[in-house]
Design a protein around this ligand. Structure first.
Ligand code: ATP
Ligand code: MG
Length: 266
């Protein structure tokens, strides 16, 4: 690598013009690259993000109504839960650490590090980011990840016996389909944030928020805050009318109609 790159005398923030149409997206990429340099993220996390970006493009890089509806149900579900847990991986820690901590506080949920490519160094780096963002406690680091999710063979099966193992509601983002399925099989309600409405995670989760974590997590914080004043009965009402298949179908229809419109406007 050349010397100028090594010392980075420039900041990417200054290099990308304010009016660049992809400015936000480029700044997010930069955050992820920095997180990789600090061992928070593995290179595979960058590839996963790329797949997400493609779907974000297709939904217009905005939180659409199918995501708003899922966010409301997710917020009610978190408030109704006995032991809610937010599962955190490298991408989430790199992009929305403060909002994850706020969400844990508002929803009275635990934060747990859970990684596909588990390494104690990386677990610690992620926990560090969350502690810096004011987290009170971070589960799933080192020896704490001593329980096992049945029928799962990746390192993601290792979880905290005080966290995901006993959780009734688990919120996760950029998750692998196998683990989502295993958690659902254990009887847990799974809230997934995934930009791809076709992924196995999206199709298996109890509630799928088809949106970017950078928009969905802050919106979820606000929604939990708003719904806190509702009665338990009202919250149950919000959750019980929900059908996740309809939400996924709505997202797919939105994408296809949008592409159709665009094709007509050429
Ligand atoms: P599955 O295993 O569920 O079928 P997959 O193998 O296609 O999914 P993974 O690499 O396991 O995908 O997980 C990454 C998922 O996260 C992808 O579906 C991608 O669209 C999504 N994703 C990537 N970046 C973001 C983001 N910033 N916000 C929300 N979702 C994202
Ligand atoms: Mg996968």
């Amino acid at each position: 690598m050349d010397k100028t790159q090594d010392s980075k005398p420039w900041s990417v923030r200054d290099l990308i013009p304010e009016n660049h149409p992809r400015r936000e997206s480029l700044l997010i990429r930069e955050k992820l690259v920095e997180a990789m340099e600090k061992s928070i993220l593995v290179p595979q996390g960058l590839i996963a993000h790329g797949r997400g970006e493609c779907f974000d493009y297709l939904i217009g890089e905005k939180t659409q109504s199918f995501a708003e509806k899922a966010i409301e149900v997710a917020a009610a579900m978190l408030l109704l839960a006995k032991s809610p847990v937010i599962s955190v991986n490298g991408n989430m820690a790199a992009l929305v650490p403060e909002d994850l901590v706020k969400l844990a506080e508002e929803a009275n949920a635990k934060l747990e590090v859970n990684l596909f490519y588990r390494e104690v160094k990386r677990e610690r780096a992620i926990a560090e980011v969350l502690y810096k963002a004011n987290a009170k406690e971070v589960l799933g680091v080192g020896e704490d990840a001593s329980a096992t999710i049945p029928e799962l063979f990746s390192e993601r099966r290792r979880v905290s016996p005080r966290g995901i193992y006993i959780a009734d509601v688990v919120l996760l983002g950029l998750e692998d389909g196998d683990r989502t399925e295993a958690l659902v099989k254990m009887g847990k309600k799974v809230i997934a944030i995934d930009l791809n409405p076709l992924s196995r995670t999206s199709r298996t989760a109890t509630v799928t928020i088809i949106d970017n974590i950078t928009r969905a997590i802050p919106k979820l914080v606000l929604k939990v805050r708003e719904l806190k004043s509702k009665s338990r009965q009202d919250l149950i009402q919000i959750v019980s009318n929900y059908d996740n298949r309809k939400i996924i179908a709505e997202a797919l229809r939105y994408i296809s109609e949008r592409l159709n419109q665009l094709s007509l406007s050429l």
